[in-house]
Ligand binder design. Structure first.
Ligand code: HEC
Ligand code: HEC
Ligand code: HEC
Ligand code: HEC
Length: 429
């Protein structure tokens, strides 16, 4: 299970999100990556503490270096655990392997690396903010706007959809870098991601205060959560259409499936008939983000649910038939979701709607609709986000903690127990 949120997000305002989905990811752009050293001097982002005179903190480097897991991502490749993974995969070393560096560092090609670039910086500033080649000099001038920076290749991290794509490029993977079941089998942790929780859990090196909002939109936690869910669902369906999933081999790429469908003790019989009517003993595609999206749409856009549900069932049925059918079913569901996605992340959700969303998620949890661990995990994180946003997380703490305890250890997850605890939480609302 992923860590829970560390802090509560209190404010809930409307949003006006930008539109920059087509922006290439930092790793894809042609801009030179100048290296963390170019950002970290004491006149730039390397101050000891936040500068009250400046609109940005200017101690971002310190926060990143001392508190942010991204600054240790390269060092992680030098640990015994990483070496053991590399040994099992037949790689000479983890810190020398492209597949590991692609997610644990800013592994851009040699001709995109500036003079001060160091691979050992791990996931540095430009791995998220984009190569600084064209904006490093100009972005510090008072006359430069954020739009100017974006035009010069800065990545729009403030936009929820673009941010989701960025984080997921490493926290789920892309067609070019992916934590396959072979890598998992060698001992890599399962990748779990939820945009709002991970945004909060990444130690903040910025604050969405008044002057921030003059420059950038403020995104409410509910919108961040929905953007993440939508992009994860779409991205999963895109990955399912990739060539390496369709390659013929006796066993397909297993990391697309529910890990715990296979990885649980044999005397713990947990199969039961689900709406898609997959027979016992089927390896089930991991549809966590999609079933959560369906639950959300049940409240926000009920007219779309029947069609989506039937497309999702078709995807599961296709997984029993052939890879070609999986690809076309994934494409069909993707096409049906696409028009809804932007809308979801940009909507304004008042307290009443948030309560309805939470109630629906808990009702579906109680009805054992999230029987698979990855879905239950997402359902918990969603309920927590909504409770923090609604301001009653403190009052509900004992029940929220109990629900969390049931998903904390994926190896001890019992679907029926999760359902009972969800019902109890619903009773306490
Ligand atoms: C270039 C790849 C990459 C990108 C992009 C990326 N991450 Fe990460 N992230 C990692 C790696 C690798 C780790 C694990 C680092 C370690 O522990 O050594 C990590 C760890 C984390 C953690 C700590 C995980 C934990 O156990 O709690 C959080 C939180 C996180 N990332 C959030 C984000 C968010 C939010 C974004 C998008 C704004 C993002 N990441 C973008 C690669 C990336
Ligand atoms: C698709 C991106 C991706 C690839 C490829 C990848 N990793 Fe990771 N790795 C991550 C992310 C993201 C995390 C953090 C997961 C979390 O905490 O949510 C992580 C976590 C880890 C951890 C656990 C760190 C900790 O402190 O718990 C180790 C060890 C690790 N990776 C080693 C490797 C090695 C070795 C390779 C190459 C064989 C590799 N990784 C390839 C993305 C990736
Ligand atoms: C894992 C991704 C990630 C990494 C690594 C990262 N940032 Fe950020 N950064 C973000 C996100 C997300 C935001 C908030 C959204 C926004 O304002 O664009 C942000 C915001 C900022 C802001 C605030 C901008 C404002 O308008 O107030 C600055 C400045 C900044 N980052 C600098 C840095 C520096 C310097 C580093 C390296 C030491 C760094 N960032 C590393 C993701 C990252
Ligand atoms: C269709 C069944 C299936 C699915 C789905 C599946 N695995 Fe596996 N997994 C296996 C098999 C088979 C092995 C090999 C077991 C062995 O070598 O003893 C394995 C091995 C592993 C191992 C190494 C275990 C060991 O004892 O060395 C890990 C870790 C692992 N899988 C994680 C995952 C994760 C994470 C997922 C989901 C992203 C997943 N698996 C999905 C069948 C599956």
């Amino acid at each position: 299970m992923v860590r829970r949120k560390l802090t509560a997000l209190a404010l809930l305002l409307g949003i006006a999100a930008g539109t920059a989905h087509a922006q290439p990811l930092p790793e894809e752009g042609a801009d030179i990556h100048q290296g963390v050293a170019s950002c970290a001097t004491s006149v730039c982002h390397g101050k000891v503490s936040a500068d009250p005179e400046s609109n940005v903190w200017l101690n971002e480097y310190r926060v990143w270096l001392r508190q942010d897991y991204h600054s240790r991502a390269y060092r992680t490749l030098q640990t015994a655990q990483s070496q053991a993974i590399a040994d099992k995969l037949g790689l000479p070393s983890a810190q020398g392997a492209k597949i590991c560096l692609d997610c644990h560092a800013d592994n851009v090609p040699a001709d995109s690396r500036g003079r001060r670039f160091q691979i050992s910086d791990g996931v540095g500033c430009e791995a998220c903010h984009g190569g600084g080649g064209r904006w490093l000099e100009s972005h510090a001038e008072t006359t430069t706007s954020h739009a100017d920076n974006i035009a010069q290749g800065m990545y729009p991290t403030e936009d929820p959809m673009a941010r989701a794509r960025l984080c997921l490029s490493c926290h789920l993977g892309t067609r070019d870098k992916f934590a396959t079941h072979e890598i998992m089998g060698a001992g890599h942790p399962r990748l779990a991601f939820e945009l709002e929780t991970f945004t909060v859990n990444q130690p903040a090196h910025y604050e969405a205060d008044a002057d921030y909002r003059e420059r950038k939109p403020y995104i409410a936690s509910v919108n961040m959560w929905l953007a993440g869910l939508a992009v994860t669902g779409m991205h999963t369906l895109e990955l399912l259409q990739e060539e390496w999933f369709t390659q013929p081999s006796l066993v397909p790429e297993l990391s697309f499936f529910q890990c715990h469908a296979c990885h649980h003790p044999m005397d713990d019989l947990r199969w039961s008939q689900e709406p898609d009517r997959l027979p016992p003993g089927t390896a089930r595609l991991n549809d966590a983000s999609l079933v959560l999206l369906l639950a959300v749409l049940e409240t926000l856009s009920p007219g779309d649910v029947a069609g989506l549900r039937s497309d999702l069932n078709a995807l599961h049925q296709a997984s029993l038939q052939s890879r070609e059918r999986v690809v076309s079913a994934a494409r069909a569901l993707h096409a049906r979701l696409e028009p809804l996605v932007d809308q979801l992340s940009k909507g304004e959700y008042g307290p009443e709607q948030q309560r309805q969303l939470r109630r629906e998620l808990l009702a579906q949890s109680a009805a054992e609709r999230f029987r698979h661990f990855t879905a239950a995990e997402q359902a918990f994180l969603a309920v927590e986000t909504l409770s923090l946003s609604l301001g009653d997380a403190e009052r509900l703490k004992p029940r929220l903690d109990a629900l969390y305890a049931s998903v904390e250890d994926e190896n001890r997850f019992v679907p029926q127990q999760f359902a009972v605890l969800a019902r109890q939480l619903m009773g306490a609302l």
